[in-house]
Design a protein. Structure first.
Length: 424
């Protein structure tokens, strides 16, 4: 399809998932990007993407219409919902954002146009058809399959990943019938060079998405568990992995803090649905338990090596390297435990918005160049800024007799003489 399509597509939610997708679609379709955050819309119109997923020149060059007004989105042909799907304080699925977006879309639907409503948000199997569909029917008075249609295409955005972008990955699509599936395949096929996979059903597509992240979670949990075992044997997991991954079929997962809006959350959606069905998901929940406890274990290990409380500089607060995203970061578990153990903790991250850290976690976060000298310097997130630090700069942060705790072995190849070092 070389020419622009007549379809009007509305992307609901312009975060890590929605914004890159909307810009990719806008190259071939008339696209409106809707986000209820007026500040977000103002930033995007000014050429700034706080998630750092989209460059200013790409925003400036796009034909996308950006809006915080739902009135600009009435009567579209396709609505794509890309809002977050978090968990609550008890790790139960919080469908609030998805249901709120569904209500918004329901208020915009024109039954004469028979729009397709596509969900990209990660959910457990059945949410699209058994929860969202009936809600739209209730609010619109329209019959699904006649006045509107449902589809699902799981998002596969990996924040900070410049290789597996939305225009290069294989896109899974599913509609409530063959005709809708083919229509979605045609739309998404314009976007990506990675090809289209037509799932057997909407529930199949939902299930595929949720197990992609659950599988990673379980594999990382295994690495975290053996890391703790090997620590008791005075073995570094990095040395063990270097040897093990020489085997052709070894899977080189790495240990660490599992946070973010996908891997640390999605398994709870699957386990919740299993429990509703009367099934106990032992492996999934065991993996979650290990990963959720990793922050406390790291803090306890540092405290033990240190031999008591001291001053600690925690370098990195985001959930992964080279992104500003604080959602569900598990570095806060380490910080909380260190404080509970009596340590005085200073937090540094060059990518974090201090106001967001203050609002979300009640933490003061410094930026710029790390300053001061500390009994323990914990490199919790391997940002590129930290990788570029010189040996002298690193050593200068560690007090005499202090410890450099390098969680991800960022400085494994460096000869930092005169300071104590620890890694997983």
């Amino acid at each position: 399809m070389d020419s622009r399509n007549d379809d009007h597509i509305v992307v609901v939610g312009l975060g890590y998932v929605g914004l890159p997708l909307a810009l990719a679609l806008a190259k071939s379709f008339r696209v409106t990007g809707l986000d209820i955050d007026t500040g977000r819309i103002a930033e995007l119109k000014g050429g700034h993407d706080r998630t750092r997923e989209v460059e200013p020149d790409a925003l400036a060059a796009s034909t996308i219409a950006l809006t915080a007004s739902v009135d600009d989105c009435r009567g579209a042909d396709i609505y794509i919902v890309t809002v977050p799907t978090p968990v609550d304080s008890s790790n139960r699925p919080d469908l609030g954002p998805v249901l709120s977006a569904t209500r918004t879309v329901a208020g915009l639907v024109d039954g004469d146009r028979k729009p397709v409503i596509v969900y990209e948000s990660t959910v457990y199997p059945g949410v699209t058809e058994d929860i969202c569909g009936p809600l739209i029917e209730e609010l619109t008075g329209l019959k699904r399959g006649a006045g509107f249609f449902l589809g699902y295409s799981p998002e596969r955005i990996n924040p900070g990943d410049r290789e597996h972008t939305v225009d290069r990955i294989t896109k899974v699509v599913a509609g409530e019938n063959d005709e809708i599936t083919e229509r979605l395949a045609a739309v998404y096929g314009v976007v990506t060079s990675g090809g289209i996979f037509k799932a057997a059903s909407i529930k199949t597509a939902e299930a595929a998405k949720v197990i992609e992240n659950a599988q990673r979670d379980i594999n990382i949990a295994f690495m975290n568990e053996i890391t703790q075992i090997f620590a008791s044997l005075d073995l570094s997991i990095w040395d063990v992995l270097a040897a093990a991954k020489t085997k052709w079929n070894f899977l080189p997962f790495q240990p660490g803090l599992v946070g973010g809006h996908c891997i640390g959350v999605d398994p709870y959606y699957l386990s919740h649905r299993a429990q509703e069905l009367g099934l106990e998901p032992h492996v999934i929940l065991a993996g979650r338990s290990i990963n959720d406890g990793m922050g406390d274990w790291v803090a306890d290990r540092i405290h033990s090596i240190r031999g008591g409380p001291g001053s600690v500089l925690v370098m990195g607060l985001t959930f992964k390297e080279n992104v500003p995203d604080l959602r569900n970061t598990r570095v806060v578990d380490v910080i909380s435990r260190l404080k509970w153990l009596g340590h005085e903790v200073t937090v540094h991250d060059p990518l974090v918005d201090p106001a967001e850290a203050r609002h979300e976690y009640d933490l003061e976060v410094a930026g710029g160049t790390p300053q001061g000298r500390y009994d323990v310097v914990l490199v919790a997130v391997p940002h590129e800024d930290y990788r570029q630090m010189t040996d002298d700069a690193l050593s200068g942060l560690v007090a005499d007799g202090g410890l450099l705790a390098d969680l991800k072995n960022l400085y494994g190849g460096r000869n930092l003489a005169g300071i104590g070092r620890w890694t997983l």
